[in-house]
Design a protein around this ligand. Sequence first.
Ligand code: OAD
Length: 237
Amino acid sequence: MSDLKTAREWIRSARRVAALTGAGISAESGIPTFRGSGGLWKQFRAEDLATAAAFARDPLTVWEWYQWRRELIAQCTPNAGHLALAELEATTHFTLITQNVDGLHDLAGSRNILKLHGDIWRLRCTTCLAEWTDRSVRFAQFPPQCTCGGLARPAIVWFGENLPDGIFEEAGHAAKTADVFLVIGTSAQVYPAAGLIPEAKASGAKIIEINIEKTPFTSLVDCALTGSAGELLPRLI
Ligand code: OAD
């Protein structure tokens, strides 16, 4: 049997499936990844744009970068990979764990999504900590503010920050109870997210990786499918 056929069988007979997605699943929608060629962290310094210290120092520069990314993402639509995962949710007990902040899984129709790194369309007040959704591509006032007058920030988990309350516990539960754990389009270098892969493996899940390149976990997974998520996921699901 081909790897793809075997993996398809595992998914078909699984009671619970979970997936961890990363920037690679949105690459075919036109959103740059972080670490590959043309990756955002090749052109920009994370220390200047994605830390609480950078925002405290220079909120305008940080907001301009997020504004640029919001404009770019607003022009993108889900691809066949996102749609296949939304379909999986309709037919299986499925938990989607994503590191992506672009909202394309939501647009594809997935509902049960654990967003480990937040959401680029959500804002949080740095004063009263209120959170809200704002999908506007241009803010009426820049940088955006809360109704309390406090400065708003993107509700994204920056380097050195904790994940939103309880979310990693939920993701860990999904990883530990899954019969099949899919690892899609992530370089698996950022923790704690990458730690879910050995956690799922140790609890007995079959691990299926989809990536165009090798990752630190490729040699540990049960099935490594080399290719793009937009092409492979519809064939797998
Ligand atoms: P990376 O940019 O580190 O990795 C993207 C992965 O996707 C790489 O392993 C690529 O080989 C793979 N890839 C690219 N195109 C693909 C395609 N069409 N199909 C399948 N795979 C493809 O992105 P992440 O692993 O998501 O944090 O990065 C993790 C976190 O680091 C991000 O969430 C972000 C970043 O700093 C925050 O924004 C908080």
